[in-house]
Design a protein around this ligand. Structure first.
Ligand code: SAM
Ligand code: DTB
Ligand code: SF4
Length: 331
């Protein structure tokens, strides 16, 4: 069946959603209910059908504008509303960003992700960010930015600069979302993701687990991602990094096995997406990370800092890759 070209992209998306296989919540919950070994076997089988099981994509993060964000995301050390002791920093100079990207490339990263603590970028900011994208791309790296909500014209400018991926997380289920963030809605997030997709940029979208949500919230978050017309090419699963001063500091930590199960369900629901074992690795043992890779995670953030918090050292990751016989994925 073909869809008439004169319908709007929103209508088109609605039709495709109806035609596309949709994951029901019951089916997803049934995956979470499987015995652990059955779930991991299923996830690993699907993983092998779609990817080299021993290849892991390597991305390096850089915070290009730090802190003083007007939003109230309860997990985030960069919100101006919480006293986390973080020093704010203005938008970085282009050369300093390019130098950091070069170093990341020399250390083996294939993608460079630039993050800014903005609700949304100003057009003036984008003059600089598009130059960063062009210059990092010219180094032969994949580029990714995460800048908050985007307008159509801004997405187009980023696409024209050669941007490969835009990261914008839905963070959690629609229901739990308002417990975590009040300054922008779940629908705002989905609208930005549609804008990014319509501009022809690859979508990177996932969420955070361990924020006090229920298993059903994790199931619903993954359902929203998997049922998109095109599921995101990249799905970061972050374990909450608890930061003193943020409202979520002190929340009960997620059980390690439940985290691994979330990765496995993401792999099964989105067989062709890169599932990234994202924030939280500093708090994980090598054995837990190994289980996450077995469950289908095939991407990491590499480098001793995430945006503002700690990540495992490069040498720790070298040793981990060696012990597990993993190798960096080639672009
Ligand atoms: N300001 C932009 C935005 O929120 O879209 C981009 C940067 S923001 C820091 C990117 C993502 O980092 C958030 O959506 C959230 O999923 C993740 N993040 C932030 N703080 C975190 C934390 N403490 N633990 C885990 N993930 C976190
Ligand atoms: C994503 O999903 N995780 C990264 C990246 N996208 C931008 C950010 C993690 C941030 C963790 C807290 C910090 O370092 O500030
Ligand atoms: Fe701002 Fe992004 Fe942090 Fe939310 S997650 S407070 S939007 S930097």
């Amino acid at each position: 069946m073909s869809i008439s070209p004169d319908v709007s992209s929103q209508q088109k998306r609605a039709v495709v959603r109806i035609m596309k296989k949709q994951w029901s919540l019951d089916k997803i919950q049934a995956l979470f209910d499987l015995p652990f070994n059955d779930l991991l076997f299923k996830a690993q089988t699907i993983h092998r059908e779609n990817f080299d099981p021993n290849a892991v994509q390597i991305s390096t993060l850089l915070s290009i504008k730090t802190g003083a964000c007007p939003e109230d995301c309860s997990y985030c050390p960069q919100s101006v509303r919480y006293d986390t002791g973080l020093e704010k920093e203005a938008l970085m100079e282009i050369q300093a960003v390019v130098d950091a990207a070069k170093a990341a490339k020399e250390n083996g990263a294939s993608r460079f992700c630039m993050g800014a603590a903005w609700r949304s970028p100003k057009d003036r900011d984008l003059d600089k960010v598009t130059r960063m994208v062009e210059e990092v791309k010219a180094l032969g790296m994949e580029t990714c930015v995460t800048l908050g909500m985007l307008e159509e014209s801004q997405a187009k400018r980023l696409k024209d600069a050669g941007l490969d991926y835009y990261n914008h997380n839905i963070d959690t289920s629609e229901e739990y979302y308002s417990e975590v963030i009040t300054t922008r809605s779940f629908q705002d997030r989905l609208d930005t993701l549609d804008t990014v997709r319509d501009a022809g940029i690859n979508v990177c979208s996932g969420g955070i687990v361990g924020m006090g949500e229920e298993i059903v919230d994790r199931a619903k978050m993954l359902q929203t991602l998997a049922n998109m017309e095109h599921p995101p090419e990249s799905v970061p699963i972050n374990q909450l990094v608890q930061v003193e001063g943020t409202p979520l500091d002190g929340v009960e930590s997620i059980d390690s096995l439940e985290f691994i199960k979330t990765i496995a369900v993401a792999r099964i629901l989105m067989p062709k997406s890169q599932v990234r074992l994202s924030a939280g690795r500093s708090e994980m043992s090598d054995e837990m990370q190994a289980m996450c890779f077995f469950a289908g995670a095939n991407s990491i953030f590499y480098g001793d800092q995430l945006l503002t918090t700690e990540n495992p050292s490069e040498s720790a990751d070298h040793q981990l890759f060696k012990r597990l016989g993993l190798h960096p994925a080639t672009v």
